[in-house]
Write a protein that binds this ligand. Sequence first.
Ligand code: SF4
Length: 447
Amino acid sequence: MPSLHQTSTSTDSTGLETSIGPTLVRERGQHEVFCGLTSIVWLHRKMQDAFFLVVGSRTCAHLIQSAAGVMIFAEPRFGTAILDDRDLAGLADANDELDRVVHELLSRRPEIRVLFLVGSCPSEVIKLDLGRAAERLSDRHGPHQRVLHFSGSGIETTFTQGEDACLSALVQTQLDWVEPHEPGAESALELLLVGSLADVVEDQFLILLKDLGLKRVGCLPARRGGQRLVVGPKTAFVCMAPYLSETASRLASLGCQRISSRFPFGLQGTTDWFLAVGQACGIPTDRILQVIRPAQRRAQLALTAMRPMLEGRRVFFFPDSQLEIPLARFLHDEMGMEIVEVGVPYLHQVMMAEELRPLSSDWRIVEGQDVDDQLMRCRQARPDLVVCGLGLANPLEAEGLSTKWSIELVFTPIQGFDQAGDLAELFTRGFARRARLARRIPIGVAA
Ligand code: SF4
């Protein structure tokens, strides 16, 4: 049975109570989301000296191979160690086999600085203690090559949570903590951007932050796994995506200060992000607005061109990427779309506080999923656009609904002012495609 919540309150890391306005419904039932292994697709591109070794089954190997494709021109930076039932006839043998595979890989590929053992959900793998294996292998291959572990299991994670689990593991090894009175304290970061961004997008943010006067800004993950980042009690951090709650908790428990902000999607979201970050770092508001004004103008121009294709149309979000609420906010506030329903795999109210705060009770946010009920509501509503996972897109297209794969929104650079137009354009593609098909296919024939 779904449960209804009109409003609720929670407490963030500063102890302040946050209130939210939209109607929240919790739903439990069959859900359709990718597992956390999928995050390897974008993480291996970001961290150039990292290797992701999935410890899993043939299903895991197929998923990762078909999602990430085959690397033809370069040495691969992901792979799967396939475990079968018979490998676990003796767990000691399985550990020996894992050690052998890792040793061979790291000996042959000295350029790998961080190797992630990525856990999966087959019962054979769950029996293995990958945390202990990572420690054992780090002792053997460190300090030049480090072995970490995180879970990408479909039982524990949805696909973007894989990144959260990975970055959380990196916190313990990529960050060096210094107290204010210790040597090196002066080199501690002022600001840490948390979340994997395309390099070009990361550079845009770093340039604007430098123009604001922030000199020591770092990124987690760093582009090189071997890179060390120095942080201390004066280091503030800000998350670039809403699904990084475990990493945020870890940084907060170290003693870093979390900046609560909207997420940088669209002109308004990115403006609010810079205002929140700048103000937390003591920069006057008029200075922030002065620095970001040219980028705001570019974003405004791009969005004005896209708005007529989206304005007045109705959109329905199935739960998948965790980006649903900020993206729905962007489509509603900046593109004039009507929001029918926003599904999210889970709702972290503290991470999402700044996004939820301005929403009215007209918004219906469904946490979790009962896929049959949700499909029924979607069919009844007949929205103009459905944002959903790959598994639901084809059947809904066959029923005449336009869809957008939510996974595309994670693979594509969409954060920041200069990507605002691209973000809007992603949502227009389904309409453009359907219009092209309508010109070729008589009305009444399913596309
Ligand atoms: S981790 Fe689990 S859900 Fe993901 S591919 Fe492997 S078996 Fe499937």
